[in-house]
Design a protein around this ligand. Structure first.
Ligand code: FAD
Ligand code: DHB
Length: 389
């Protein structure tokens, strides 16, 4: 089989890239290691930047998002017994939308299937070949049968544990990494959220986040050790600790219920440069990871593929490599700003085990500054809603 672009991975990056290319008349095939059911049930991010929503609109993939997504015009940061609301609408004239990545993925898959697009689930042993030649190809197994796709380009959208980045000689890549000394313990429960907007809490016991997926489904996170064992966290222990960290006002409005998902995610920052080798282009989590505090991971994956689709479109329209050659540099300029914001917001809202009283005073001073300076609040808000392309 032959196609123009072989896309590895049916996460948000791969699915959106496929739609963008198809819209531009560039044929492509998406190869996904997992089953459709698995991909559609994975619980991940929940906050969409306005630019992400606009793109999904343009792609005709936002019908349900507009019906069920929750527009949020602000959020609260709680610290030292104080609660400060940041009014995104007033500070940036824009807002974010709470809509689960799970739902977004379902919408994109449904659209691709309805349009009869080439989307292969349960593609085993995907391997990339000839990426530094002008005749790359991908091999995989489907139902035990060996398959081969010849292509012009490969888009590595296969996340941080994928095959793409490992197909590039490590001597040609630079890795920039920070491991944080904690993780997030997350719980999803079919109970009404404790507040109608998100609350980020910096508490002496550690960070907590009150989020949601819908008016009847809550998503809560608490900072924990990266090595925390799930079996040590009964639902009851989780709710008890969450309520302590949220403080008495928010705790009073927490509705408890059985968890329908519970997981521990270690926090890290990672950027791999460059995001290209020969005919292979990396996008999304395959090239970078952010700690989740600023809700940037999914949104960054989306902007990467906007840039990549533009570059591929330039190649097929003008037969020139310039836009493709500039992809990595263009994407990285925006990625590093989101990396900086996610690192900064994590530092501001979490308790670091090795922080001394001096560092705690600095944290409090910065939080206080954010509350008292419109310029500082605007900096937070404009990063939160997403920097321009
Ligand atoms: P992914 O969504 O990871 O998609 C990659 C796809 O490639 C997957 O479907 C995978 O199965 C497939 N794949 C992998 N290897 C292969 C292979 N060899 N062959 C074929 N296919 C392959 N962000 C937030 O903002 N907030 C959150 O709360 C949040 N929670 C998260 C929780 C977890 C457990 C993880 C892992 C991430 C979370 N993120 C969160 C980050 C966010 O979900 C990601 O940034 C986003 O999914 C990136 O999209 P992507 O398409 O680049 O990668
Ligand atoms: C969610 C995750 C985040 O990292 C965040 O900043 C806001 C919301 C969530 O999963 O709901």
């Amino acid at each position: 089989m032959r196609t123009s672009v072989a896309i590895i991975g049916a996460g948000p990056a791969g699915l959106i890239l496929s739609r963008l290319l198809t819209r531009a008349g560039i044929d492509n095939v998406v190869l996904e290691r997992r089953s459709r059911a698995y991909v559609e049930s994975r619980i991940r991010a929940g906050v969409l930047e306005p630019g992400t929503v606009r793109l999904l609109d343009e792609l005709g993939a936002a019908t349900r998002l507009h019906r069920e997504g929750l527009p949020h015009e602000g959020f609260t940061v709680a610290f030292d017994g104080r609660q400060q609301r940041f009014d995104l609408q007033a500070l940036t004239n824009d807002r974010v939308t709470v809509y689960g990545q799970t739902e977004l993925t379902r919408d994109l898959i449904e659209l691709a299937v309805a349009k009869g697009e080439a989307l292969v689930f349960e593609a085993d042993d995907v391997a990339l070949h000839g990426i530094d030649s002008d005749a790359p190809y991908v091999t995989y197994r489907k139902d035990g049968e060996a398959k081969r796709i010849d292509c012009d380009f490969i888009a590595g959208c296969d996340g941080s544990h994928g095959v793409s980045v490992n197909s590039i000689p490590s001597s040609l890549l630079q890795r920039y990494e920070r491991i944080y000394p904690f993780g997030w313990l997350g719980v999803l429960a079919d109970v009404p959220p404790c507040a109608h907007e998100l609350i980020y809490c910096n508490h002496a016991n550690g960070f907590a986040l009150a989020s949601m997926r819908s008016p009847t489904r809550s998503r809560y996170y608490i900072q924990c050790a990266a090595t925390e064992k799930l079996e040590d966290w009964s639902d009851e222990r989780f709710w008890d600790e969450l309520e302590v960290r949220l403080g008495p006002d928010a705790a009073a409005t927490v509705t408890r219920g059985p968890s329908i998902e519970k997981s521990v995610a270690p926090l890290r920052s990672l950027v791999i440069e460059p995001m290209q080798h020969g005919r292979l282009f990396l996008a999304g989590d395959a090239a970078h990871i952010v700690p989740p505090t600023g809700a940037k991971g999914l949104n960054l994956a989306v902007t990467d593929v906007i840039y990549l689709a533009e570059a591929l479109n330039g190649f097929y329209r003008n037969r020139n490599d310039a836009a493709l050659a500039g992809y990595s540099q263009r994407a990285l300029a925006r990625i590093w700003k989101a990396e900086r914001f996610s690192w900064w917001f994590t530092g501001l809202t979490h308790r670091f085990p090795d922080a001394d009283p001096f560092q705690r005073r600095l944290q409090l001073a910065e939080l206080d500054y954010l509350c008292s300076s419109r310029a500082a609040a605007t900096t937070l808000a404009e990063n939160y809603i997403g920097l321009p392309l």
